[in-house]
Design a protein around this ligand. Structure first.
Ligand code: NAP
Length: 341
């Protein structure tokens, strides 16, 4: 007999023409999400164009409050200001907005969820659920197994972030600058303040008066909200690198109790959604190229710090999949499983 859980859902994808939106559409089909009606939404610029979903072309409409009438899940992958105005319109109409922007992440009324880590927080939802930043997701996925094994006191992290983390404008800027360099021309800058091709920029998003970037501050506050570690110290530098897809990070972790690299590897390997790829003698370590198109967070280079008891990790994840679309769809799947929608 069909269960209420089996019914098809009406699903909106806001930002369906963007880098994350395209992956959300692909994964909804790939994961066999129970989509009844699909409503791809974007700006007025894209209204009337089509996007591909499960082998067919579906027309894109403009994202307006009325577009959410009867919607069960609305995946937001557009702009923060759009999420601010439209996510409450979804909730008001009885649907659930799952937001990829930073707008709602630190709101006390809004759960910030990585399903492998804090799925119970979904029970408190009031129609809006927030997805962490793409950098935070890979980071906490690698940190949580260590926390469960030995507690975590502090982490020093440096990220190496792909240009697709800035959406299509980042991808387009890298592609154009590579062509310019190949022609022997100087790279022109349109989106990033310095050339990203053949370069590395210690800036992700924009700088605050404190000298930290907005991306760096998110990593600290989101980690504290997701993990039961409200006081954990996270010291970070976020760097944009000329990689199309896949965020990497080095992490130096201070644990509460001693943890050997072998036990850390075992804890990481046993955690759902994490895969260990770590055999230095055979030159085996994860890279952005290994992770593109995969949902797992890959971890390697697990080793004891030479000057302390701390542990080094190298972690890589696909920012468009687990860092964005996969995590959002997992949230919806978990809500269905729990009968929350
Ligand atoms: N890229 C990542 O790795 C990543 C990871 C985690 C979270 N995020 C977040 O996900 C969101 C989308 O990022 P993205 O990388 O996919 O960006 P993107 O490639 O630039 O795409 C932006 C999307 O938003 C739509 N949009 C822009 N202004 C709009 C408006 N006024 N009304 C309706 N739709 C509008 C665009 O539609 P048009 O085509 O009509 O302009 C497009 O579909 C952002 O909040 C970003 O912070 C991104």
């Amino acid at each position: 007999m069909p269960q209420p859980n089996d019914r098809k859902r009406t699903v909106a994808v806001v930002g369906a023409t963007g880098a994350v939106g395209e992956v959300v559409l692909r994964l909804l089909a790939e994961r066999d999400f129970p989509v009844g009606e699909l409503r791809p939404l974007a700006s007025q610029r894209s209204a009337g164009t089509t996007v591909s979903f499960a082998g067919r072309d579906v027309p894109v409409a403009e994202a307006t409050p009325d577009a959410f009438e009867g919607v069960d899940f609305a995946f937001f992958a557009a702009t923060g200001s759009l999420s601010k105005t439209l996510a409450p319109e979804v909730a008001k109409r009885g649907g659930v907005a799952i937001d990829k922007s930073s707008t709602w992440r630190l709101d006390d009324q809004v759960p910030l969820v990585v399903p492998e880590i804090n799925p119970d927080d979904l029970e408190k939802h009031r129609g809006i659920v927030s997805c962490p930043n793409c950098t935070t997701i890979g980071f906490v996925m690698a940190l949580e197994p260590i926390r469960r094994a030995a507690g975590v006191r502090s982490v020093v992290v440096t990220t190496l972030q792909a240009v697709s983390g800035s959406g299509k404008p980042g991808l387009e800027e890298l592609a154009r600058q590579k062509q310019e360099l190949a022609r022997g021309d100087a790279p022109t800058t349109d989106f990033y303040p310095e050339p990203i091709a053949d370069n590395a920029l210690p800036l992700c998003e924009s700088f605050l008066e404190s000298g930290y970037s907005t991306e760096e501050v998110k990593l600290l506050h989101e980690t504290r909200k997701i993990m039961p570690l409200p006081d954990v110290d996270v010291s970070m530098t976020c760097v944009r690198v000329p990689v199309p897809v896949g965020h990497s990070a080095t992490m130096l972790v201070e644990t509460e109790r001693p943890l050997s690299p072998e036990d850390a590897r075992a804890a990481l390997a046993a955690f759902p959604g994490v895969e260990v790829m770590d055999d230095p003698q055979a030159n085996v370590f994860p890279t952005a190229r290994h992770v593109e198109g995969r949902d797992e967070v890959l971890v390697g280079r697990v080793r004891r710090d030479l000057g302390s008891d701390r542990l080094w990790l190298w972690q890589v994840s696909d920012n468009l999949r687990k860092g964005a679309a996969t995590n959002a769809i997992q949230i919806a799947e978990e809500m269905i499983r729990r009968g929350l929608k």
